[in-house]
Design a protein around this ligand. Structure first.
Ligand code: FAD
Length: 342
């Protein structure tokens, strides 16, 4: 949408710290829009370790990355944040009136008084295949994600990778594609054992092929990618004809456009003070793994504390004449009202 969304606060990043930032702003009656480049919320907790247990969240003896995220979502429900997923914040431009214009990769535009950068280790991007010149086929015959499965039906597919995405899509396309060849650099997978077993069974039934090796080159026919060159563990290179190449090498985080917004950066992190967690640009705060200050520890609990202080600082920044009192959620009728627990 090209409509302009006017708001008091935009949070860049829906990891655990961005989600808790919604809560801390909400208590101070500041509504927030949250943007994330991933299709789901939860940041590293969901992208990297959804089923792994976390033991150091205060008063939560153990919970998984997914459970932490689900609980944070439940906790911020009263504040009705608006999520804008699948889009990266690409531009931040200061306006004459002190606000910021913020534009995402999908063209969503915001006019906001404050920005909370909770971008963690950066925005997750698919790792690309390193073969000289192969990028010319991207989004035509080379894909890093499947948006529209119909595109691959009836085609000769080569799928590369050894994780769950590679295995899941392999199993999905057998029977729908004309042929499926899975390639991985070794005969060991970082995927659900049941998927691996199913894949091997399909190979025995000649429904698909699995090859150990690496793609080291390609051949083209005019503009078309016609063959890939597969170098096996024995060092022998073979040519494989194909229509489509699907690569699943996982996601790697990139600081990306944040580096271009005029913020002070030290070793890929945003420099903040420890009173307000403010960056060098008034109105822009940085919380969680993305920030740095003396003694910084990249822990979720540190991010939660930072989010609380940043929210108070932002309230004061937006309403310099209003005194902001600290109130307890236990006893404050006002906070009960905003939490909807009267
Ligand atoms: P992230 O979780 O990194 O979330 C940032 C989000 O911002 C991402 O979703 C990203 O897509 C998005 N983003 C970035 N740039 C943009 C952009 N330009 N536009 C839109 N979106 C953007 N910590 C603990 O305290 N205890 C533990 O036990 C623990 N275990 C861990 C185990 C593993 C395997 C790993 C990898 C980490 C662990 N951590 C643990 C660290 C913890 O996960 C991080 O400290 C935490 O996720 C940081 O949260 P965050 O919200 O700051 O950032």
């Amino acid at each position: 949408s090209t409509d302009l969304i006017e708001t008091e606060a935009v949070i860049v990043g829906a990891g655990p710290v961005g989600l808790f930032q919604v809560f801390e702003l909400g208590l101070l009656e500041i509504k927030a829009h949250v943007i994330d480049s991933l299709p789901v919320v939860g940041g590293q907790c969901v992208e990297l370790y959804p089923d792994k247990p976390i033991y150091d969240i205060p008063a939560v003896p153990v919970c998984t990355g997914q459970e932490l995220t689900d609980n944070l979502l439940k906790q911020i429900e009263p504040f009705g944040p608006t999520f804008h997923l699948n889009q990266e914040v690409v531009e931040v431009t200061p306006q004459e009136d002190g606000r910021f214009e913020l534009v995402t990769s999908l063209g969503t535009r915001f006019l906001t008084k404050t920005i909370f950068i909770a971008a963690g280790v950066g925005s997750f991007q698919p790792r690309t295949i390193k073969v000289d010149g192969i990028e010319q086929f991207e989004n035509k015959q080379l894909f890093y994600r499947v948006k529209n499965p119909d595109l691959f039906a009836g085609k000769n597919l080569v799928i590369v990778g050894g994780g769950d995405s590679a295995l899941d899509w392999t199993l999905n396309f057998v029977g729908k594609a004309e042929s499926v060849i899975l390639i991985h650099r070794r005969d060991g997978f970082k995927a659900a054992p049941a998927s691996v077993a199913k894949m091997k069974e399909l190979c025995e039934q000649y429904e698909m092929q699995f090859e150990v090796g690496q793609i080291t080159g390609f051949e083209q026919n005019g503009e078309q990618l016609s063959h890939i060159k597969l170098t096996g563990a024995d060092g022998v290179t073979r040519r494989l004809p194909l229509d489509m190449l699907l690569v699943f090498f996982g996601l790697s985080p990139k600081l990306g456009p944040i580096a271009d917004w005029g913020l002070d950066i030290e070793r890929k992190q945003l420099v903040v003070d420890t009173e307000k967690f403010a960056t060098n640009i008034p109105g822009i705060y940085a919380v969680g793994d993305i920030n740095t200050y003396p003694g910084k520890k990249k822990l979720i609990l540190s991010g939660f504390h930072e989010a609380a202080l940043a929210a108070f600082a932002a309230k004061e920044y937006m309403y310099p004449d209003k005194k902001v009192h600290l109130q307890y959620t236990t006893t404050s009728p006002k906070l009960h009202k905003v939490l909807g627990v009267e």
